[in-house]
Design a protein around this ligand. Sequence first.
Ligand code: SF4
Length: 435
Amino acid sequence: MIDQAASAFETNKEEEDPPSQNIVPFESPSLAGEDGVFSVFNKLPDNVHFIFKKSKHNPFPENPVSKNFHHHYFPDATQEQWNSWRWQIRNSFTSLGQLAAFLNLIPDELGSVQDAKNTLPLRITPYYASLLAMADGSLGLRKSVVPQVFEYQIAPEEALDPLDEEKTSPLPNLVHRYPDRVLFLATSFCSVYCRYCTRTHMVGKKNRNEMSKLHWDNAIAYISQHPEVRDVLISGGDPLTLSDEHLHYLLSRLRAIPHLEIIRIGTKVPAVLPQRITRSLVNILKKNHPLYLSLHFTHPDEITIESKEACDRLANAGIPLGSQTVLLKGINDEVGVMRKLMQKLLVVRVRPYYLYQCDPIPGSGHMRTTVQKGLDIIQGLRGHTSGYAVPHYVIDAPGGGGKIPLLPDYYQGHDGKDVVLKNYQGNFFKYPDML
Ligand code: SF4
């Protein structure tokens, strides 16, 4: 397995990270020194060395809006640097003061306090910031990642861990709620922090140590000892912010478990840091089939030539791509916006999978819609566009009830032996049931 992975790196012609050196010892932490998030994760097998070939030519595209932003705000950054995911993370915006350089912050944004305890940090990659800075159409994106003062208005029904994941966690970084699958929380770091994140209680927290190699190994051992687990979802945080070495280690250890049938990864990276989808990352992922990716997209403005390139690379490697979208007030809660997003996702070969009702995390009232709004959006999609463009609308039930699907009232009950149905135009039809 190790030799296979090493050869994958040797054939890579496009790897651009780390920009300053060609050979990285395996024990190097992925992003050590930048924010300390991975500082506990620096002990991995020391008999392996990965050879990274620095890119001479990186064809990753750059859309005109991002290009303008790049040259205006980062005039010294070369094309190669801008296209390096590590450069993007190193140069991310992490304070309102930095955002004020290119965004005309409104009072509700200026009123948010970023050093308050237990709040979600601010982090936005330069690439994603360039989308916020667009002249139009960017307000939805902006609200999803720029904190507002409303985050400090906590409603009684809101909770830090609304899905009660910690109650079904046999280990600090593993959730085992459903009989045949587990959720593996591989990291607490994300390249961009979404203001509505379900896991605000854990993401971006520097003092959490659940992500050490010991914790990973314990979780892997747990899965090995539970033959009923046939499916693992790796999430966090964003697993694709881990280094290639760490991902290779995690995936190959999981893949070696005979009863584990499929591996899934949840990530927002193709939307916020598409440059991370390097050839070498794709090589690692495709060696671990069957592997599925659940991509987190929020708004049609996220579908750019960069995110398309990222999705193309993944789809061309035979990785099935599904999307997850959270329904958010003032961001994507209009049928037209949602339809555009779902249609654009299909064009970049991502199958819309879930539309989530926003979880009641603390300070989320300004982002949550009514449930009726979600039903109206599904009604506005079903029949009005390709069936492939209609996701499952679900509420992840507070208290650990799991995902519960919701549908508009197409089924109207029985009239004698007939089922009464309402179609997408509101017309009624009968179907002879086998009663
Ligand atoms: S990328 Fe996912 S885990 Fe990270 S902040 Fe956004 S929703 Fe949360």
